[in-house]
Structure formats: C-alpha cells, structure tokens
Design a protein around this ligand. Structure first.
Ligand code: AMP
Ligand code: ZN
Length: 488
C-alpha cells in the first residue's frame, strides 16, 4: 500500500489516484511539479527536489500506475528580467540558455523528462482567462494598474501552510509582489506595465503575470480542475502553493489537488543552500571537481525526501563508494562462474529483500529503508559467494532485485564517462573525464588487448595495460577461472 505524507492533511495517507484502475486498465496519476525559474544554473539543492520528483514518478510507475506528469518552466519573473536588462538581451535569451542547461544537467543526473514541459510565457491567454474568471466572482481588485487577489474573500486561505492568518508576516516573495494593496496579505495576479519589462495586453490592462497564477493556469489546463499530486520544495508551501490553491479553488469551486508533497531542503552547515546566501554548488561545480553524476544522484536520492539533507564532500565520497560497491557486485554476479544448482535459502533471501525494498518506497518513499534492503542482500550474497554456497540458479533472483533497484535509483549503468563526453560541449566547464571514468566496456576491451599481448609474449605492452587499468582504479586478478577485475 503506497502511502504519502500529505502536507494538506498533515498526515500519512494511502494513495489512490482520482482515476482508479478499471476493467484491467491501470489507474492514472495526474501530477504537477513546480519546475525551475530559468535565470541561472540550478544548484544541487534544486536538484535534490528534482531527484525526489524523479523517484516519485518512477515509484508510481513501479506500482503500476499510468502517469501524466506536467512540469512548468518559469521563464518570466523579476530575476530573469533583471538579468536580461543587465546583459542587454531579451528575457527569452536568458531563459532559453538556462533551460537548455537544466536539461543537460537533468540528463546527467538520469532525471526522466516529465511528459509535458510547459513554459509560462506560452500560456499567457490561459492565465488571463483564469484571472477574468476570478474577477467575475469578485475575488480581484485593481490598484495602480495591477490586479490583486483578495484573500479576505477566501476563508480557507492558508490551510496548506497551517497559517494563523492573524500572525502572518510578509516574506521575501511577498515583498517582491508588493505594490499598493488593500491588505498586505493580498498577492498580485497581474503586475502593471513598467518600463524595461516585458508586457502583454489584457482586458484589465497591459502588464505581466504574477508568479503564482502560472502554475494554477497551466496545471488545470493539462490535468483538469482537480488532480492527484502537486509537488515542490518546502519553501513553496507558502506563499506559492497556498496562493495556487486560493486562485484555483476560488475560480472553480472544486478541490484543486488531493496530495501535496514537499521536499525538505538540502542544507550546508545548517543553512538552506540558495543563490541568495551564496552557499551553493551547481552540478557543474561538482563535476569540475571530478565528482561523478551517478554519485551525486545517489547522494541526493539516498536521504528520504522529508528529511533535510546535509551536503558534505565526505557524504559525496561515501555515495561514490556505495555506487561502486553495487556496480562491482553486479559485475561479480555477471562474470563469476558459480556451481550449478539453486538454493532455496537465497531465493527466499532475494524475495525478502524485494519486499523490504518495496515496503521502504511504499512508506512515503523511504529511500533509506529501500537502500538498506539492497545492501543487506548484497552483503549476504557476497558472503554466500565467498563460501561457495551461491549457485548459478540464484543469479536471476538477485539480478532481478538489482534491476528493480535501478529502475528507481538509476545509478548502476557505468556510463558517467560517456554521458559527460556526450554533453561536453554543453557543460561550459572543464570536466576531468579522466581515467577514473573507465567504463565496464573499456575495461573489458583493455583486458582483451592484454590477453592478446600476453599470447604474443609482448609483456611490456601487457604491463602497460595493467598500469593503465590501475590508474583508472581497476584491480586485475588472474585466477584459475580466468581474469577477474574490480574497482578499488
Ligand atoms: P526555483 O528555481 O527557485 O523556483 O526552485 C526550483 C525548485 O527547487 C523548487 O521546488 C524549490 O522549492 C527547490 N529548492 C530550492 N532550494 C532548495 C534547497 N536548498 N533544497 C531543496 N530544494 C530546493
Ligand atoms: Zn509552481
């Protein structure tokens, strides 16, 4: 039974989509994730949230659901406008550059693309008509050319964030929206036209949309007026998601979203990693230091999303070691010659690991429990192999568990080097794609060359290859069964 912590109810709830399974058809989950504001490279805090969303979508599919997943790109906002004006270029130029960077980074981190990616500037008519709907129902008022949402008219305002409306103080995002308001808690739906800002015509005056209206308009356009899951980082609970609920439910009179899921922050030395604090690393910063994308993904995925993730380089090294351990184990499973037969004990052990893995994910995506299930099995299987108790017939069950694991965590393919090479021109930083990145197939190729060199009694070349492999962290063992290799 899949359960999620729903920020709206403040409880763990069993998850079922609004469109349930029927007549042999799987249930369909409609999900919206708040994507990035494309004014700069995303930092690994942002990617913590995007990796959580990726784990969520993979888990929903593992659980047999069909998925309609929409993610927005905020391509007009104060920060983009400022950056474009400073550089003397259009906002499109800035947005386009960082959107491209986002997807290059996402590919490196094995993030599946949401089925539909929607840009704010391509949905202005939808936002305008949603604002008009709100205006007809009396939820808006104009002031100095801007249009505001009157939250006093929406009694449920603040439920998601458990706000005590009397004590609420305007935060940074609110201040960014502040013009002349009847009530300081009201927020801008449409911002008056200003010099040096992009402008769109609307029946209520030329201007540009506020930030919150884009997600209400785009999510409802593609997912319907009520849908299953809406996610983002915990900083979006208030005001962004709070305002989305107010706008959407005031317009439609229907519940907007069933499940609200929020990822906790990635922090550095106790503080949220953020651009404004200047304590951030982009993915490229870490790649330039020689860290592998798979290790970064593993680190971001390994801490359950509702716990803060304290980023340290020590943690990143450990993540890299964990990935190597799993890859080495998979290689051992695939290359070692085991005696014939099959052991019931190991089949049962693998089945238990599968159950524990699934139970971890089912429990609000507890990735730590899911990983423990895999590593415990790896330890037990290694022990059985060392004792000669692991049989050829045990391989498929253990291999199947690894595949199940990788369908969610996506770190086993030894393809960091290839991915980096493929995206080299897009990364704009020098990434040391060095020996440390020898892939499985490259190792196999070098070993084949070494075999040939030895057969030809060219021992100098054979030693040279051994050294090349050693530089790449590959240990070669010549055994009676042939050559075996592993990573340091
Ligand atoms: P933004 O581009 O600022 O709208 O952020 C994109 C996503 O990253 C949002 O879902 C944010 O909530 C999330 N986010 C921002 N900073 C962090 C952080 N330090 N840790 C985790 N998620 C974050
Ligand atoms: Zn949003």
């Amino acid at each position: 039974m899949l359960r999620f912590y729903n920020t709206l109810s403040g409880k763990l709830e069993e998850f079922q989509p609004l469109e349930p399974a029927c007549a042999g058809r799987a249930g369909r989950v409609r999900m919206y994730t708040c994507g990035p504001t494309v004014y700069d490279y995303a930092h690994i805090g942002n990617f913590r949230t995007f990796v959580f969303q990726d784990i969520l979508r993979r888990t929903l599919r593992l659980r047999g659901f069909e998925l309609t997943h929409v993610m927005n790109i905020t391509d007009v906002d104060d920060k983009i406008i400022r950056k474009a004006n400073d550089a003397g270029v259009s906002i499109q130029e800035i947005a386009c550059k960082y959107e491209e960077a986002l997807f290059a980074d996402s590919d490196l981190l094995s993030l599946e693309r949401p089925g539909k990616i929607v840009r704010a500037t391509e949905h202005i008519p939808e936002m305008v008509s949603l604002i008009e709907r709100l205006a007809e129902k009396g939820y808006t008022y104009a002031s100095e050319g801007s249009l505001y949402f009157r939250i006093g008219k929406f009694p449920r305002y603040g439920q998601l964030a458990k706000l005590d409306m009397k004590g609420i103080r305007p935060g940074a995002r609110i201040e960014a929206d502040t013009y002349e308001k009847a009530d300081p808690r009201d927020f801008a739906l449409w911002k008056a036209c200003k010099p040096d800002e992009p402008v769109w015509e609307a029946p209520f005056g030329a201007g540009r949309p506020g930030w919150h209206i884009e997600c209400s308009a785009m999510s409802m356009k593609y997912l319907g007026e009520s849908f299953d899951i809406h996610t983002g980082g915990t900083d979006l609970v208030f005001p962004h998601h709070t305002n989305e609920i107010a706008q959407s439910e005031a317009a439609t009179g229907k519940p907007f979203v069933r499940f609200w899921l929020h990822a906790e922050f990635l922090i550095v030395e106790g503080e949220k990693m953020s651009k404004s604090l200047g304590n951030f690393y982009t993915l490229r910063d870490l790649l330039a230091k020689g860290h592998k994308p798979s290790a970064i993904r593993y680190l971001l995925a390994s801490v359950p999303y509702r716990r803060q993730l304290n980023f340290t380089f020590d943690g990143l090294h450990q993540a890299a070691q964990s990935v190597e351990r799993l890859r080495n184990f998979q290689l051992r499973l695939r290359t070692e010659k085991f005696p014939d037969g099959q052991s019931d004990a190991l089949r049962e052990r693998a089945e238990r690991a599968r159950q524990e893995f699934d139970a971890g994910l089912d429990d609000d995506l507890n990735t730590a429990v899911a990983l423990a299930a895999v590593f415990n099995l790896v330890r037990d299987a290694n022990t059985a192999m060392d004792r000669g108790e692991f049989r050829r017939g045990d391989v498929p069950a253990v291999e199947a568990l690894l595949e199940r694991f990788d369908g969610i965590f996506s770190v086993l393919a030894d393809d960091d080097r290839q991915k980096l090479a493929a995206l080299k021109d897009k990364l704009e930083v020098a990434v040391p794609v060095g020996n440390g990145y020898l892939s499985d197939s490259q190792v196999e190729q070098l070993l084949a060359e070494r075999r040939q060199a030895r057969a030809a009694r060219d021992f100098a070349r054979s030693d040279q290859i051994r050294q090349e492999l050693a530089n790449g962290g590959i240990i070669v063992e010549d055994t009676r069964d042939g050559v075996r290799w592993k990573r340091k």
